[in-house]
Design a protein around this ligand. Structure first.
Ligand SMILES: Cc1cc2nc3c(=O)[nH]c(=O)nc-3n(C[C@H](O)[C@H](O)[C@H](O)COP(=O)(O)OP(=O)(O)OC[C@H]3O[C@@H](n4cnc5c(N)ncnc54)[C@H](O)[C@@H]3O)c2cc1C
Length: 447
């Protein structure tokens, strides 16, 4: 593990929530030399028999990898993931067609959520200035004093004070509740109508049940199913599907009818901070629907952005926290909107010929002008271009490309008409004699 910076006057940072973002954040703060304590309501998942939580596998991409790299974890996590080079679209007639995610060699990684969380907790613990506390549920806290009240599973309460409280306690954040009591805090949450369900498809004869290096999608317009390799995960969206392909085992069917569908929420808020005392990160600040595979990646990028602002403002929390809000809010709101957009793209647009044609045009133009035209997915997934800039650029590119296609189509029609007028074909050769036509029709009827 990397060396920590030595500090003469250590400030205490309390990270509330030891999930993916909390555990990684603890590494970031510890690396800077802060006195870090993590408070997690669950038991230590490294010792638990069953790990409760959402989604078995997650798609890790560039932003998340960059954050892991900062704390020396990238190689380890990447080596345990499965590269996914393309979406594999399963159409109703059983046909499978891949849509590559980017250029040759570009891929996202399927990683095991529980394993990633465990490794991040272990990494945080290796810093001598970090302490992990499990079975600590935050009940209340004071923005004025930084005093937090935790409840243990035996009912005992404990009060702890910190210089900075970092709320990484997920989409239903207890830390955020204090924000809601304050004026000038903007907050919105949207539940999408679909629910999700996770099923595990076991290997067949010791082999992957499906081609492993793809993210498999069954887009059915009003709902969809997704599968990630490794511990195979499938999300079945809303209505019951009677025509699901590749459902060979009884376990899968049994689970489908037994498990309740989970809700999916998108949360937007601003500001992310209160004074110099508290800041929200990860899902606590911006829960997004999972269709862009960016929730965790965005949360991990929060840690890098905070780190960059800390560097810029010499760890002065009174300047760092407002600047963090200023820089990060537009980007997190943009990825929340993009995730909603992908909710439709994945289940419906991928079935459209126009969408597939536009994807080809985008890829071709990207190949010809790699710096001018960059597909949206590439910007979001394989770069650290700010999310809101990705959206602005995408809108500009769409305008230019659609305009170009319109001009080309008009040119083709006008050019073709001009050629026809200039060199009119012999009309008699084009007209099939009625008798010949009748014979052809009769031939079609004969078996
Ligand atoms: C089905 C699904 C698929 C997804 N797929 C992807 C994907 O492919 N790629 C991607 O990047 N993202 C994906 N995401 C999003 C990703 O799961 C989240 O963005 C990520 O888990 C956020 O991490 P977090 O640490 O902020 O929150 P969480 O993972 O929710 O962790 C919060 C932690 O806080 C603890 N906690 C809660 N309340 C308290 C309290 N009062 N006191 C103390 N501790 C508390 C919880 O126990 C938990 O450990 C997916 C999400 C879903 C639902």
């Amino acid at each position: 593990m990397e060396q920590t910076t030595s500090r003469s006057n250590k400030k205490k940072v309390a990270v509330v929530g030891g999930g993916l973002v909390g555990a990684l954040n603890a590494c970031f703060f510890a690396k800077r030399g802060f006195d870090v304590e993590v408070f997690e309501t669950r038991e230590d998942i490294r010792r638990a028999n069953i790990v409760k939580g959402r989604s078995i596998n997650l798609a890790l991409s560039h932003r998340g990898r960059q954050a892991l790299k900062h704390v020396g974890m990238e190689e380890k996590i990447v080596s345990q993931g499965i590269p996914m080079h393309a979406r594999m679209i399963h159409s109703r007639n059983g046909k499978q067609s891949p849509i590559p995610y980017g250029k040759k060699g570009q891929y996202i990684l399927s990683v095991d959520r529980a394993n990633l969380n465990k490794q991040l907790l272990t990494a945080a613990e290796t810093y001598p200035n970090t302490k992990l506390n499990f079975d600590y549920k935050l009940q209340d806290w004071s923005a004025e004093t930084g005093l937090m009240t935790f409840v243990r599973s035996d009912g005992l309460e404990e009060q702890i004070k910190a210089d900075l409280i970092v709320g990484c306690d997920g989409a239903f954040s207890a830390i955020r509740k204090q924000f809601l009591r304050r004026s000038r805090f903007n907050y919105s949450q949207t539940y999408i109508p679909h629910g999700y369900m996770e099923l595990t498809m076991p290997p067949i004869n010791g082999e992957f049940a499906m081609k492993p290096n793809y993210l498999h999608i069954w887009p059915r317009n009003t709902f969809m199913m997704i599968a990630l390799p490794n511990l195979l995960l499938e999300h079945l969206m809303s209505e019951k599907n009677k025509t699901l392909p590749l459902v060979p085992c009884d376990t899968l069917k049994r689970d489908y009818f037994r498990l309740p569908a989970q809700a999916m929420v998108s949360v937007k808020c601003t500001p992310y901070h209160i004074g110099d005392k508290c800041v929200l990160m990860g899902d606590a600040a911006h829960a997004v629907v999972p269709f862009y595979g960016q929730g965790m990646n965005a949360g991990f990028e929060d840690c890098i952005v905070f780190e960059e602002v800390m560097e810029q403002f010499n760890e002065d929390f009174s300047a760092v926290l407002p600047e963090y809000t200023r820089v990060r809010v537009p980007d997190d709101h943009a990825i929340a909107d993009l995730a909603m957009y992908n909710y439709v793209e994945m289940r419906a647009h991928v079935n459209s010929k126009w969408f597939l044609f536009r994807k080809c045009v985008d890829n071709l133009l990207h190949f010809l002008m790699p710096k001018t035209i960059i597909p949206l997915y590439t910007m979001v997934t394989f770069t650290r271009t700010r999310y809101h800039e990705c959206v602005e650029r995408w809108q500009w590119q769409n305008k230019v490309i659609n305009h170009g296609l319109l001009v080309s189509a008009t040119g083709l029609v006008l050019g073709g008409s001009y050629l026809l007028i200039k060199n009119p074909p012999d009309i008699n050769k084009l007209i099939i004699p009625a008798e010949k036509m009748w014979n052809r029709l009769m031939a079609l009827r004969t078996p």
